[in-house]
Ligand binder design. Structure first.
Ligand code: GLN
Length: 193
């Protein structure tokens, strides 16, 4: 499977390393034309407003939406989760609006802006190591969205069919199982296309 990592800003190399460890071929995506040759796409963490501006500037908005319409999987981590959301709390405008959820940015408050923890994730046997950095939260999900994990009662991992989102950075650890989970989603989607 060939999986792209949107390389406009943020933790690109780390995601590529984790995808390769999970058995996929990883590609840094800088131009929208590259999407045609890919089976799946990761939208990394970074700063969502900045990545959102660059997505518009380099004409990725419609290209990524049509990538999703073809049933090709997307995985958004941290800022990437914010980019996938249908609504962002306190903001007029959202970005790709692909996942039926409302998210809140920087939702963990000052003392715990950054922390690490082990999370139970539905579909993965043992807890997953998760790094939260000024992380967003998923406040509400639509009925087609499956909650895969919560942290202190708040939703931090969710899946809607071929779309996966995590509040945290799975790529900053040596635990590649969430990437492996995504690679499996990409394989299933490719088999049914
Ligand atoms: N706080 C950032 C935002 O709102 C996301 C942080 C991250 O990706 N680590 O865009």
């Amino acid at each position: 499977m060939k999986i792209g990592v949107l390389a406009l800003q943020g933790a690109v190399a780390e995601h590529m390393r984790s995808l390769e460890a999970a058995g996929a071929e990883a590609v840094a995506v800088k131009r929208m034309e590259q999407l045609d040759e890919l089976d799946g796409l990761v939208i990394p963490g970074g700063e969502s407003t900045t990545i959102g501006k660059l997505i518009r500037k380099y004409n990725f908005m419609e290209a990524i939406q049509s990538f999703s319409q073809q049933g090709k999987p997307l995985f958004g981590t941290c800022a990437g989760l914010i980019l996938l959301a249908d609504r962002i709390e306190g903001q007029e405008e959202a970005h790709l609006r692909l996942m039926d959820m409302i998210v809140a940015r920087n939702a963990f408050g000052r003392q715990r802006e950054s922390f690490e923890t082990d999370l139970d994730v539905k579909g993965i046997d043992e807890p997953v190591r998760a790094v939260f950095i000024r992380a967003p939260l998923i406040k509400e999900v639509g009925k087609n969205v499956d909650v895969l994990s919560t942290y202190k009662g708040e939703i931090v991992t969710a899946r809607q069919g071929h779309l996966l989102a995590s509040s945290y950075h799975p790529e900053l650890t040596d635990d590649f199982r969430l990437h492996a989970y995504f690679v499996d989603m990409v394989k299933e989607a490719a088999a049914s296309r």
